[in-house]
Design a protein around this ligand. Structure first.
Ligand SMILES: [Zn+2]
Length: 145
């Protein structure tokens, strides 16, 4: 899909995947349900977070087709396959995760990895507000929320 979702986020950022390109996998947003889920994630979490942190946020992984999700060994039923999740790059994920909590954003899951945070939002709620730590985070950082 073309164009902007909000002033700082474009639809293409949620379809782009180096793995999909490498393997020739179609990762186009498939329907309105997925598009509306992405829009809700951006409106409720990513754009407010972008406004609060004051620097560009890079989406490492947004939407994943089922085929792409398998190729990147994503969790079965991953929220990425529904357009409900995005992995946002950050050298120190703790600072960005702290900001999410500090400004009170309504996330479903927040998972800290070594170089990014996974954020999800369920359009029809309720949000679980779960905070999890991936093994890659534990190996590098001591800070906990
Ligand atoms: Zn993720």
């Amino acid at each position: 899909m073309k164009g902007y979702i909000t002033k700082n986020f474009r639809w293409e950022e949620f379809e782009r995947s180096s793995k999909a390109a490498e393997l020739g996998i179609d990762n186009t947003i498939p329907d309105d349900t997925v598009a509306e889920n992405i829009r809700a994630l951006v409106f409720n979490i990513l754009q407010p977070l972008r406004d609060a942190c004051g620097h560009p946020l890079r989406v490492n992984s947004g939407y994943r087709s089922k085929t792409l999700n398998k190729a990147v060994k994503g969790a079965a039923n991953s929220q990425h396959t529904k357009g409900e999740a995005a992995d946002v790059h950050e050298d120190n994920p703790f600072t960005l995760a702290w900001l999410v909590l500090h400004i009170g954003l309504p996330f479903d899951q927040l998972i800290l990895y070594d170089t990014f945070i996974h954020l999800s939002y369920k359009r029809r709620g309720p949000q679980r507000g779960q905070i999890l730590y991936d093994q890659s985070y534990k190996s590098k950082f001591k800070e906990r929320l």
